[in-house]
Design a protein around this ligand. Structure first.
Ligand SMILES: [Zn+2]
Length: 300
């Protein structure tokens, strides 16, 4: 038998315990996604196939571990073993199957009793106590939550002051305001927004393509009482923004918010803004304006 060959039962144990997550990816950056990889010998002795000497690693980290460069303080045996134990614990706790939080987005949740549960679908505080059959449609409609998406006053100012560098990456963030103008709680389930840059003169398509892959999506459950609001974040990079800055293209920001009212009826509020630069035949000052076809601004 090849002494370099790891016994299959040990190999299986290692692969199983880490669920093919890389020890160093997890240790260094908390990355718990599945990797293509190999089983590394931590002491670099390929004949030592004791389970304690083995850890699964992605191809990059495995070759980094085995590299003999003096430029890089290599990972120590103790460090690697500790990292592996942490990884195994995370897998036991099923952290590797948790849906990752929407990292591209931050929330400022403001207002009386505003509450935000990221990636939680606990509806217990929002149980509908009004049977749909016992409440008249009119009363439900009067009392229900109504969400509207607007842009804060500083959004136009931020765009006006954003001078995109042609070489350095910078991202400008706009924080749309999702406010509950209704009389009762809203359970927000989804927010998505997209910057769209259209060459001068080109119109928006008549119907919004909400399935487009470059939407910035917040999969979230936020309980929004009346008058409370939250601000998801939508970012645009300087390279994308450049043609807008040079007044060759038009900047649009559009999207939707999905929510349920206390009667558990689903609703959707859509929004669409265009950034107007001064000049031409439009005398309005620079800034964002509600615009676009009806299908982009419909609220149900
Ligand atoms: Zn790795």
């Amino acid at each position: 038998m090849d002494r370099r060959r790891t016994p299959p039962d040990i190999e299986t144990a290692v692969l199983f315990k880490c669920a093919r997550r890389c020890t160093l990816c997890f240790h260094l950056s908390g990355d718990l996604t599945e990797k293509l990889g190999q089983i590394a010998h931590l002491d670099k002795d390929p004949s030592n196939s004791a389970e304690d000497n083995l850890a699964f690693m992605c191809l990059n980290h495995h070759s980094l571990l085995d590299s003999k460069t003096s430029q890089h303080k290599n990972y120590t045996l103790q460090e690697l073993k500790a990292a592996r134990e942490k990884l195994y614990e995370a897998v036991v706790e099923n952290k590797h199957t948790e849906k990752p939080a929407a990292t591209a987005v931050t929330y400022n949740l403001i207002g009386p009793n505003a509450r935000l549960n990221i990636n939680s679908h606990d509806n217990s505080t929002n149980a509908a106590t009004f049977g749909a059959g016992t409440t008249s449609g009119v009363l439900m409609s009067e009392n229900r939550a109504r969400l509207l998406v607007t842009l804060p006053p500083d959004a136009s100012e931020k765009i006006a002051n954003f001078i995109p560098s042609p070489t350095m990456l910078a991202i400008l963030y706009i924080l749309p305001v999702v406010r509950n103008y209704g009389k009762t709680m809203a359970a927000v389930t989804l927010f998505k927004a997209r910057f769209l840059i259209l060459p001068g003169g080109q119109r928006l398509p008549p119907n919004p393509d909400y399935a487009a892959t470059d939407f910035q999506t917040v999969d979230v459950l936020a309980q929004l009482p009346p008058d409370a609001y939250f601000q998801p974040r939508a970012g645009i990079g300087n390279f994308d923004f450049l043609p807008v800055y040079e007044q060759q293209s038009t900047l649009w920001l559009y999207g939707l918010v999905d929510y349920r009212d206390i009667y558990d009826v689903p609703h959707q509020s859509r929004f669409c803004f265009v950034y107007h630069t001064p000049g031409g035949f439009n005398p309005n000052p620079a800034g964002f304006y509600t615009a676009g076809p009806e299908a982009y601004n419909r609220c149900t």
